[in-house]
Design a protein around this ligand. Sequence first.
Ligand code: EPZ
Length: 422
Amino acid sequence: MDRIVVTGNGQLNGQIPIAGAKNACLTLMPATLLSEEPLTLTNAPRLSDIATMSALLRSLGTEITSMQGGKVLAMSSHGIDNHKADYEIVRKMRASILVLGPMLAREGHAVVSLPGGCAIGARPVDLHLRAMEALGAEMDLRDGYVHATAKGGLKGGIVDFPIVSVGATENALLAAVLAKGTSVIRNAAREPEIVDLVHCLRRMGAQIEGEGTSEITIQGVDRLGGATHPVVADRIELGTYMLAPAICGGEVELLGGRMDLVGAFCEKLDAAGITVRESENGITVSRHNGRTQAVDVTTEPFPGFPTDLQAQMMALLCTAEGTSVLEEKIFENRFMHAPELQRMGASIDVHGGTARVTGVEKLKGAPVMATDLRASVSLILAGLAAEGETIVNRVYHLDRGYEHVEDKLSAVGAKIERIHEA
Ligand code: EPZ
């Protein structure tokens, strides 16, 4: 299993290009199932999760041609010859559930494995199933699979979510576009990945209004055409790399970064004493002198502070002046990076969904264990400013969501290398 070795090496300076968003690409790819015509995604990220989604779609009958080193995905689902999303693929990646809506909408039936447990929380899919039922489908849970049918096709309906769910909103959208009549999604998620999905579906001929708000209205159509769509920039990768100069000092420009994708996050960086400004090609982040200041953070659905940047923000606050309170409101078990940061000398007190972080002068490198995708990169960020060497184990987590992390960070002066082990 690969490991990554990071050695504290002072300030960072230079430019880092931001890739297309993993969490947008994972909901855009299943849209190919909605049409017999080709759907091409450009600016796609090269990640193991994208490879998993490709394997899943291929298992259903989609043809996928990857071009330009994986940045362009040309997909065609003119014939779906298998309606079962198998456990062996779904267990690797929860986002696999996003084939349920489009398969039901196009074919009237689908069998999809339940995703099972996850390190950061229980993560049930009940809201996805309820959304399909609100559009007239019947759900039968059997042998670890959802057996879904929509005799005569899906019908427009009201999908009223009790809590905001990104995935369930995406699945409801991917289903409602071909349902007969009008559907309304209430308490919908407002994430930029949802807005990007709607823009792509509109290019395919869908009729949708209200993306980016809590109420989305869809007028079902009989069929959808093909399209070419650029994947939106990855705001979580962006936020992650914005924290590198914040933690180490220096100045880094994030090429392709957009302020509107990271508003709440930038407010917290500003409060911590980090300079963030728009630049010609993106966003520039700098910290030249003085310690970071403690700030309190609560994770919320967009446009609030993203839970996917909580671990990375904790790494910054480990050396801030004062005590910060982080509240994780989205997932019930998303502080597993805290004991690993404590191994590096951080002072963190976790009680349930609240972590109190009292800043120390300097962290010290140590061998640590990655437990999930965002936790793994928070350990790398902490290692960039720590004294000595940090060895991050189980980096397969990292490869799910970050392409070429060593190259991108060493390009701005970080001392980081990957150790390949059989
Ligand atoms: C998406 O997950 C992202 N994943 C997650 O990013 C992200 O953390 C999350 O949204 C929140 O922003 C992808 O887009 C592939 P939710 P998703 O449904 O859709 C509960 C990363 O690091 N819930 O918005 O699964 C759920 O348990 C990943 O890239 C139900 O109870 O998240 C959670 O507490 C990690 N029933 C809350 O809602 C359901 O049917 C929000 O989850 C669905 C969700």
